[in-house]
Design a protein around this ligand. Structure first.
Ligand code: B1M
Length: 210
């Protein structure tokens, strides 16, 4: 069995320590961080998501698998970080209020850092006001909001509204993303940019800050 299938399997079983060991082994074997992420960790999470959808597993199992995925991603983070030249400008990123899904947000942060962007990570369950305050206090050129639940997407509209009220819309771009978010939704709330995945989010952010 390849190390990629082993990572995916260990992740689905929520074995964080084993996932870390396997990711480290993959790197030692000369596999690229992208390959370990896509073929191992993300493949594992796709399988978990499918089982969750079919009610074959429940929230606790998904949570344990998510912790294992984040553990593996942490090990890959230095592999992605600081490859590009350091870019001017900062991004503040977070998962919006009411939403605890952080894997996609963490991936976006990692890909942005790999482009040399400075990222302020506000975490999960982030109030709209907190995004705007962070952008002002930490002088961020971009606010990046992630949402995985249809019920939490409206918080992104709140971020746009509060940013306008704070008078920072001229200098702060607002990016939105996450599985239920679409380009049409982005337009409807007056945000600046929607991307479907972490790599294109990082490319778009670098383009906007250049
Ligand atoms: Co939740 N969950 N979950 N969950 N969960 C989903 C999202 C769901 C689709 C599952 C399902 O029913 N099929 C469903 C949402 C349905 C909906 O709203 N339409 C759902 C639900 C219902 C729930 C609960 C309500 C379940 C419950 O309690 N009954 C609950 C809500 C908790 C809360 O947030 N308040 C809940 C809880 C959880 C866990 C805590 C157990 C866990 C999260 C743990 C964690 O993140 N640390 C979890 C997980 C893991 C999932 C699934 C299985 C996987 C999500 C994930 O990490 N995907 C998910 C089902 C699925 O997606 N198939 C599901 C991998 C990740 C890499 O993808 O985050 O989409 P994603 O990120 C992508 C892109 O979207 C994009 O880049 C990434 C790829 O490159 N992207 C951006 C993300 N953010 C971006 C920002 C950008 C640009 C791109 O710019 C700023």
């Amino acid at each position: 069995m390849s190390v990629l299938s082993e990572i995916s399997g260990a992740m689905q079983r929520g074995k964080a320590k084993l996932v870390r060991e396997l990711v480290a082994r993959g790197l030692e074997e000369g596999r690229s961080a992208g390959e370990l992420l896509e073929g191992g960790l993300m493949a594992g999470m796709d399988a978990v998501g499918a089982c969750f959808q079919r009610n074959e597993i429940f929230v606790p199992e998904v949570l344990i698998a998510a912790r294992a995925m984040n553990a593996g991603m942490e090990l890959l983070r230095p592999e992605f970080s600081g490859r590009g030249p350091q870019m001017p400008g900062r991004v503040c990123i977070g998962t919006v209020k009411g939403d605890l899904h952080d894997i996609g947000k963490n991936l976006v942060r990692m890909m942005m850092e790999s482009k040399g962007l400075q990222v302020v990570d506000l975490g999960v369950d982030v109030e709209a006001e907190t995004f705007v305050r962070a952008a002002v206090e930490q002088d961020c050129g971009i606010i990046a909001c992630s949402a995985l639940l249809t019920t939490t997407m409206p918080v992104m509209g709140e971020v746009v509204r509060l940013a306008r009220e704070a008078g920072i819309r001229g200098r702060v771009k607002i990016m939105v993303g996450g599985a239920p978010v679409t380009g049409q939704f982005c337009q409807s709330i007056g945000a600046d940019c929607y991307t479907a995945d972490a790599v294109s989010a990082a490319e778009a952010a670098a383009g906007m800050l250049a």
